[in-house]
Design a protein around this ligand. Structure first.
Ligand SMILES: [Zn+2]
Length: 173
């Protein structure tokens, strides 16, 4: 299934949708086509190229507040590259860097992917008590832009719209 990049009226990338949904947005005049894809759909009455990038005709307000990326095991593993942050092996658990029993919170900045073995060895101790260290400080993953950048590897036409410089150029024209 091909997907279409959807930009806000301000040219800010909003997300990717299935081509069918993108075509509906265009046909109902909610969005305009910025880049045409390689595919063409034929029906009895019309021929339409599947858009690769569309821009909404209206501005959608997008909340940017922290905490908008749901914290779950899958997301933590993805952020940490599917390796245990302590030993580099395959992770099985989410570890609280500052253990919950020591007042650590269940928040992005206090969770890491860990293998069962490291999690067990660490138990309810602090990294400083073990002489362990983290290579990078855990943060909340930057949400949809990061995912869209990943997807842009297979959609050349998206790249310039995912670059903040590109938004400025687009918005000015
Ligand atoms: Zn480990």
């Amino acid at each position: 299934m091909t997907t279409t990049l959807v930009l806000n009226a301000s040219y800010e990338p909003l997300g990717a949708v299935a081509e069918r949904r993108a075509i509906v947005l265009v046909l109902t005049e909610k969005a305009v086509v910025l880049e045409e894809g390689q595919w063409v759909l034929h029906s009895e009455r019309l021929t339409i190229s599947v858009p690769s990038v569309v821009r909404l005709r209206y501005y959608v307000r997008v909340p940017h507040q922290a905490g908008s990326v749901p914290l779950n095991r899958k997301a933590v593993f993805e952020r940490d590259g599917h390796v245990c942050v302590y030993c580099g092996s395959r992770p099985d658990t989410v570890d609280h860097v500052v253990p919950r029993s020591r007042g650590g919170l269940h928040v992005w900045t206090n969770v890491v992917a860990a293998c069962r073995r490291c999690n067990h060895r660490k138990a309810d101790r602090l990294l400083s008590e073990l002489g362990w260290a983290l290579a990078t400080k855990p943060t909340m993953p930057s949400d949809r832009l990061l995912r869209l950048r990943g997807a842009s590897a297979v959609h050349d036409s998206w790249a310039r719209y995912l670059d903040p410089e590109g938004w400025a150029v687009g918005a000015a024209s």
